[in-house]
Design a protein around this ligand. Structure first.
Ligand SMILES: Nc1ncnc2c1ncn2[C@@H]1O[C@H](COP(=O)(O)OP(=O)(O)O)[C@@H](O)[C@H]1O
Ligand SMILES: [Mg+2]
Length: 439
């Protein structure tokens, strides 16, 4: 709408400028023609006066009349004292007199060749408002008018001419071209503005993603501390146990402990690889992730803690649960954080009453996971702040696990909410849509 208006205004402005200029040119041309006409008429009228002054009694009227057909008749005036004068006669003719002679002039014949030298719509030669010579229609009102008195003592006539501009001669093609040019200009201005806006949006986005990355790096650094802590502790305790067993010469029990340590060390290695990917801003490789498999893997990783706390793991993930496009390590970290929190929350439970349950449902849109435990549940403050970085109620806690978890869930376009279930413990509900393409 704005563009059309702009185009219209520009076209109208420049168009009227061009039209005015063209009209001015036409007017100047016509004014020149009028001056030529005026001169022609003046010459013809003064020619008559010259003839009149040259006549003598000896002149042969018929010879003069033959040469000058505009003289219809002539007569010799008897009285010598009459002053030179002009007298109107019939049918627009007039008597031109001096002391001796009077000539009857027919302006129609006098100005017979006038029509050829002009293009006016209307020409009028009048004397005291009596038309002497007229061509064209004088009733129509016209655009332009020229008027001037003939500079002559004997024949002080008025000569006027009227005309309209020749509309067809206006530079229509140029006008059309102008409107096209303006349309193109307005179009490009529009394009330029769109480009500029897109550019600034791109700059903003770039800036934003820079910030996000920067943020991510900070998160990763603190994340490293958090994530490596658990497997390192596990490796330490497996190795210490193995050393103890070697000391007791119970060699056959050492191998499973070392196997468990190897699994934890592999996790450390994967985590480090993952962190390196993040730090070097490598694109994460999404793949189809089977929740069931990842959950099982996490329970293996946390086997030590699960066994120590005598925690019962209840897995209710249907076999038909579809896979989700994601980074498997993200899902692993999410499960790991939630599960280890649940185990930690039940450290002081009565013997063998600790449990963690995972349930999964799915629809066309995505997957819902519900992870509940038999712990005391989240405190009032924890319910509000559990996802806020560095919120922790544990002495050795960092308060980063759930903050990282929420970030990862959100990166998968999902969401997570925490609540308590009366008579049970904490309940985390996670939602992952199938379109997990990272934003
Ligand atoms: N399953 C749970 N039951 C009770 N409290 C929990 C549970 N999960 C998390 N919380 C609470 O949320 C806090 C933040 O957890 P988290 O971000 O993992 O940090 P950290 O484990 O280092 O304390 C915990 O300190 C705890 O108070
Ligand atoms: Mg934690």
């Amino acid at each position: 709408m704005f563009k059309v208006l702009l185009w219209l205004v520009l076209t109208l402005f420049s168009g009227s400028g061009v039209v005015l200029y063209a009209l001015q040119q036409q007017y100047e041309d016509q004014s020149v023609t009028y001056r030529i006409l005026y001169r022609e008429v003046t010459v013809k009228l003064s020619q008559l006066e010259t003839i009149l002054s040259l006549l003598s009694v000896a002149s042969d009227p018929s010879a003069v009349q033959q040469k000058f057909p505009q003289i219809l008749a002539w007569k010799t005036l008897p009285k010598e004292d009459s002053t030179p004068t002009l007298r109107a006669a019939e049918n627009g003719t007039y008597w031109l007199e001096n002391q001796h002679f009077a000539l009857l002039i027919d302006p129609q014949v006098l100005l017979a060749d006038i029509p050829q030298i002009h293009s006016f719509q209307h020409i009028l030669m009048s004397w005291n408002n009596r038309p002497l010579f007229e061509i064209g229609d004088g009733d129509e009102s016209t655009f332009w008018q020229w008027e001037k008195g003939i500079n002559s003592n004997l024949q002080p006539f008025e000569l006027s001419a009227n005309n309209d501009p020749e509309w067809a001669r206006l530079p229509w093609l140029l006008l059309l071209l102008l409107s096209v040019i303006w349309a193109v200009v307005v179009y490009f201005i529009g394009q330029y503005r769109i480009k500029k806006r897109q550019h600034s949006i791109a700059v903003l986005r770039e800036h934003f993603s820079e910030l996000t990355r920067f943020n991510a790096i900070g998160e990763v650094t603190t994340g490293i501390v958090h994530e490596l802590n658990q497997p390192l502790t596990a490796v330490l305790s497996y190795n210490q146990a193995a050393l103890r067993l070697i000391g007791q010469q119970q060699m056959h029990k050492v191998a499973p402990l070392l196997d468990a340590a190897v699994i934890q060390i592999k996790r450390i290695s994967t985590l480090l690889l993952h962190f390196r990917q993040k730090l070097t801003l490598e694109q994460v490789a999404f793949q189809e992730v089977n929740f069931s498999k990842v959950w099982r893997r996490v329970t293996v990783l946390l086997e030590n803690e699960i066994n120590q706390g005598k925690v019962k793991i209840i897995t209710r993930i249907p076999d038909s649960l579809p896979t989700l496009r994601a980074d498997p390590l993200w899902i692993e970290q999410i499960f790991h954080n939630i599960l280890s929190n649940a185990i930690q929350a039940q450290q002081h439970n009565n013997a063998a009453s600790a449990w963690v349950a995972i349930g999964a449902e799915y629809s066309d849109q995505g997957i819902t996971l519900v992870i509940t435990d038999g712990g005391p549940g989240l405190s009032e403050q924890a319910l509000q702040q559990v996802f806020i970085p560095f919120f922790t109620t544990r002495q050795e806690g960092l308060g980063l696990g759930m903050a990282l978890t929420e970030t990862l869930v959100q990166r998968l376009n999902g969401n997570i909410k925490a609540e308590n279930i009366a008579g049970q413990g904490a309940c985390f509900t996670l939602w992952f849509p199938f379109n997990t393409q990272e934003l």
